[in-house]
Design a protein around this ligand. Structure first.
Ligand code: ATP
Ligand code: MG
Length: 315
């Protein structure tokens, strides 16, 4: 399997000035490592505010100016620095953004989906594909000439989705592509994402909806308070005994109750000195309060918990 994307120990923090004078750095993503291969869909599953969109934006090179980034990102083995991000963005690497604010307010939606073309031939080809994809998502010809403010929320999401698919990316970063869509469009979206995978592409699917992750992904990285706490194969999510982290187990056990939604429960925001799950963990030990376990490989499952770090040390 060829590795497309490789993220090693990525951390993102923000510098903020409190009351105009005191500089404060708050960490939003800590020590994140994840790979995406060709022919693979990796879901990042995390609740609101856990740092998912920032991860997407760091991969595309569109983080806000007050962010500080450390760690390493590679694309096909090359360091993905800002120059390479800008070069690949919109062709090899595409984003389905979470916010409809990514649409250009002054441009007709069909024109922004088609994007810049080098000649008339390319334009005509893309125009045909644009119409095809729009039709598939139920956007009829009258939509082509609309401006973003004339669209409903659901229509705008479909335009964002079509725009990314039209570019035929090698690596797709889909940041919450389904909320606000009707059931049929959710199904179409999942099928399109799977279809990309069948054609050798890699997909990083960011979502807080467990059922979307379970239906679509090959493996799921569970995000908790800016930390990846477990990366496990999707098949293992069928049986709670195959899951290792107490948070992942709790998620799956409580599925019917929380309506497949990951928004319940309080996660610590900002800086934590120990394991981010310490306050809620049924198995916590004293050392978990002030020490963060590493993400270790336990029989092919990546897990961030001292229970498994020790088991690994002994082997
Ligand atoms: N420019 C910024 N300055 C300071 N903090 C920020 C900035 N942008 C985002 N954050 C903080 O980073 C955290 C993670 O934000 P992010 O948008 O990545 O969350 P998310 O997991 O995508 O949430 P959601 O599921 O709601 O989309 C949030 O607590 C947010 O307040
Ligand atoms: Mg987000």
């Amino acid at each position: 399997m060829t590795k497309l994307l490789e993220v090693n120990n990525l951390s993102i923090s923000f510098t903020q000035y409190v009351q105009g004078l005191n500089r404060h750095d708050s960490k939003v993503i800590s020590d994140l490592s994840i790979d995406v291969n060709e022919n693979e869909i990796v879901a990042i599953l995390g609740s609101s505010g856990s740092g998912k969109s920032l991860l997407a934006h760091s991969l595309l090179g569109i983080l806000p100016y007050n962010s500080n980034v450390s760690g390493e990102i590679k694309y096909k083995g090359d360091i993905l620095d800002q120059d390479l991000k800008e070069k690949l963005r919109g062709n090899e690497i595409c984003l389905i953004p979470q916010s409809v604010n990514f649409l250009d307010p002054l441009m007709k939606v069909s024109e922004q989906a088609i994007g810049e073309c080098k000649d008339e031939k390319e334009y005509n080809e893309k125009k045909l594909r644009q119409r095809e994809i729009f039709t598939k998502y139920g956007l009829d010809e009258s939509v082509d000439n609309l401006y973003p403010f004339e669209l409903s929320g659901g229509m705008a999401r479909k335009v964002l989705l079509s725009t990314a698919l039209l570019d035929d990316p090698k690596l797709l970063i889909a940041d919450e592509p389904t909320p606000g869509l009707d059931a049929k469009s959710v199904k179409e979206t999942i099928e399109d994402i799977k279809n990309l995978k069948e054609h050798g592409k890699g997909v990083l699917l960011i979502t807080h909806e467990i059922d979307v992750a379970l239906k679509t992904a090959d493996k799921i990285a569970v995000f908790y308070s800016g930390h990846v706490i477990e990366i496990n194969k999707v098949g293992n999510f069928k049986n709670v005994d195959n899951l290792l982290h107490p948070y992942t187990k709790a998620l799956i056990t409580s599925l019917p109750k929380n309506g497949f939604n990951l928004t319940e429960g309080v996660q610590p925001l900002g800086d934590v000195s120990g394991c981010p799950y310490y306050q809620n963990c049924p198995n916590r030990m004293d050392k978990c309060e002030n020490n963060i376990p590493n993400l270790v490989n336990h029989n092919g499952v990546f897990i961030r918990c001292f229970d498994f770090e020790e088991a690994n040390d002994e082997s």
